[in-house]
Design a protein around this ligand. Structure first.
Ligand code: HXC
Length: 258
């Protein structure tokens, strides 16, 4: 499909979606949200694709929801069209792993999009924040929940109530991003991580992702029971036989996702 606000590319088992509204610092408007969902649908259907990267530009991953589009909207229009909200649900529930490659501004809905990914690689220039309070609203794409789970109540409150941004190193210290690298390297580093994930068993990766995400929804003993069921299930996979045989034969495994 041809897209106007994003670009899609594929390199072996790794697919990349690049947000592409440079004039608006990749602000998420209705068209971009629809195109992102459609791109994710395409990548989900593609059985050869094992890991997705979502990225923006060096200046901005995304400066959030498009304020110019939202400015004229009423509460009822917001609730009835709901055009932003399906995106965060889609990314959060996407079955294949998603690496967010962050640089520059990662703000508002842009941070909420990033926090819906699974592994976050950030350039040292990255600035993350929930500045909605500055425009008289609050996070609406999961920010109050995901940021609080990621960094704890007190830092989340400070960020959400003051709108102040934090830098990449602070985000890493808080556990909000996985790695920080020089600005020339963030995309290469994201591709490296994505390729590593893509070389593992897609079945094991999918179930492991599901189990980690359940840690945010279940109590500890239910979560451990859930993990164990998935662990048993993997013993029915060809990839488990291949992985263990390859270990014993001292060779690299060839995982098929079966
Ligand atoms: C629409 C945006 C935008 C946004 C930037 N632009 N952010 N347009 N929506 N969120 C546009 C600017 O209007 C400008 O276009 C161009 O991008 C460049 O931005 P500048 O402001 O000139 O750049 P700079 O001075 O470097 O400042 C960068 C910035 C600032 C600090 C990121 O743009 C900013 O504060 N943006 C808003 C960030 C924000 O509040 N995000 C949260 C949105 S609410 P023109 O054509 O005017 O030159 C949200 C809620 C989601 O995300 C909840 C779920 C529904």
């Amino acid at each position: 499909m041809d897209y106007e606000t994003i670009a899609m590319s594929k390199d072996g088992p790794v697919g990349t979606i690049t947000l592409n509204r440079p004039g608006a610092l990749n602000a998420l408007n209705e068209q971009m949200v629809k195109e992102l969902i459609s791109a994710l649908d395409e990548f989900e259907r593609d059985a050869s694709l094992r890991c997705v990267i979502i990225t923006g530009s060096e200046r901005a991953f995304s400066a959030g929801a498009d304020i110019k589009e939202m400015a004229g909207m009423t509460a009822v229009q917001m609730a009835m069209t709901g055009h932003f909200f399906p995106l965060w649900d889609r990314v959060g529930r996407f079955p294949k792993p998603i690496v967010g490659a962050l640089s520059g501004f990662v703000l508002g809905g842009g941070l909420e999009l990033a926090m819906s990914c699974d592994i976050l690689v950030a350039s040292e220039t990255t600035q993350l924040g929930q500045p909605e309070i500055d425009i008289g609203v609050m996070p609406g794409g999961g920010g109050t929940q995901r940021l609080t789970r990621a960094v704890g109540k007190y830092k989340a409150m400070e960020m959400i109530l003051t709108g102040k941004r934090i830098g990449a190193e602070e985000a890493k210290a808080l556990g909000l991003v996985s790695r920080v690298v020089p600005k020339e390297a963030y995309l290469t580093e994201a591709r490296k991580v994505a390729s590593e994930v893509a070389s593992r068993s897609p079945v094991a990766v999918r179930l492991a992702k599901m189990a980690v995400n359940k840690a945010f929804e279940m109590g500890l003993s239910d979560g451990i029971d859930f993990e164990r069921e998935l662990f048993y299930l993997l013993f029915a996979s060809e990839d488990k036989s291949e992985g263990m045989a390859a270990f014993m034969e001292k060779r690299s495994p060839q995982f098929k996702g079966k």
